[in-house]
Design a binder for this molecule. Structure first.
Ligand code: 5AD
Length: 362
């Protein structure tokens, strides 16, 4: 399978069959070869720098009932909370002093945060922190809402596609949600001018190798600035409580593949990865990742933002998390930097797909 990794490394395109082969027939040897190439690519563009993003979980109210997610609407065991504008700004203040230059506002799909309320919050962060990037991660909205948030000063948007395959998507989500709409949101965000992040869970229930191949082809087509992936981890209060978690090994392999597929992408070693293995995030960086996202949310609300079981850093102050991460990164020869860290993968819009990007997924 090394020849497929070499093909990817020299910017060659893989077919769906080739992606499947590469994933299915992987061995620890091919993985090592992959990670070496992925690290080389990453270092070519981003050196040994690791970017940090301050994550603020500003609401755990959610109108959706995704079968995997701990804060799904029908989980009555969650204590619901939302942060006030003042609390959000205080998190930004604290984060700024710690060196964060990107704030990620992540939350469930919460009707309380109307376009007016959101634009007010975004404008104020923009006014106070002119040198920072504002990233939103609050699910599906109308194109008009996305436009208003962008005009108010948001720069980036994270919306995982979760899985490209329509049928697989429908097994993970309630009937009112569709892969089609999710993907349309991503194209809209891109057209508006956001730096866009998407991604998927590794090892989600019913996921096949073919599904992962389709995810790779979708990433190639969308050509996003960021890709967030992490293992699926069951949450005890969801319909998927009895499914197995995704593995560290496959998640790392997928990280390496994504680095080679989109060399300039921003790729976080996610909290979920750090949750399934004590050194998961370090291994993620060594597989090609270049971002970590410490939690800036107030400690007293963190326990209520549990998308999956055993999430790490539940009671650790942001400053302490950074210290810990700094040591972890140093131990593997990388260093945390406090810059905005924009993606080097340019926003090309949809009309400028290179030949390599004009792929047929099905
Ligand atoms: N395990 C792992 N990741 C999860 N997410 C939601 N629930 C889980 C879970 N049980 C991920 C989804 C979502 C992101 C915010 O968190 O991919 O897009």
């Amino acid at each position: 399978m090394k020849y497929l990794i070499d093909k990817l490394t020299s910017n060659g395109s893989l077919s769906k069959e080739e992606w499947c082969m590469l994933i299915d027939r992987r061995t620890s040897d091919t993985a090592e070869h992959l990670f070496e190439n992925a690290r080389k690519k990453r270092e070519q563009y981003y050196g040994k720098d690791v970017y940090i993003r301050g994550l603020m979980e500003f609401t755990n109210y959610c109108r959706n009932d995704c079968l995997y997610c701990g804060i799904r609407k029908s989980n009555a065991n969650v204590t619901r909370y939302r942060l006030t504008k003042e609390q959000i700004l205080a998190c930004c203040e604290a984060g700024y002093s710690l060196g964060f230059r990107t704030f990620v506002l992540q939350g469930g799909e919460d009707g309380y945060f109307t376009d007016d309320r959101m634009t007010e919050i975004i404008s104020e962060i923009r006014r106070k922190f002119t040198d920072c990037a504002i990233t939103l991660s609050m699910g599906e909205r109308s194109r008009e809402s996305y436009q208003r948030f962008f005009d108010a000063g948001a720069n980036r948007y994270l919306l995982r596609h979760e899985t490209y395959n329509y049928e697989h998507y429908s097994r993970l989500h309630p009937e009112n949600l569709s892969a089609k709409n999710r993907q349309q949101c991503l194209w809209d965000l891109k057209e508006i001018g956001y730096q866009v992040g998407t991604g998927f869970m590794v090892g989600s229930p019913y996921q096949t190798t073919e599904n992962l191949a389709e995810d790779m082809l979708f990433l190639q087509k969308l050509n996003p600035q960021m890709v967030g992936i992490g293992p699926f981890i069951p949450h005890h209060d969801t319909p998927f409580c009895d499914f197995h978690a995704g593995t560290l090994e496959l998640t790392l392999f997928m990280l390496g593949l994504i680095r080679l597929l989109i060399p300039k992408v921003l790729l976080p070693a996610t909290t979920a990865l750090g949750t399934i293995a004590p050194n998961g995030r370090e291994l993620g960086i060594l597989a090609g990742a270049n971002v970590v996202m410490p939690n800036l949310s107030p400690i007293d609300v963190r326990k209520n933002y549990t998308l999956y079981d055993n999430k790490i850093c539940m009671g650790t102050e942001a400053a302490e998390c950074i210290e810990d991460l700094t040591k972890r990164m140093e131990s593997i020869g990388y260093k945390i930097v406090t810059v905005r860290g924009d993606s080097l993968n340019e926003s090309l819009g949809t009309g400028h797909l290179s030949k390599r990007d004009r792929v047929n997924i099905n």
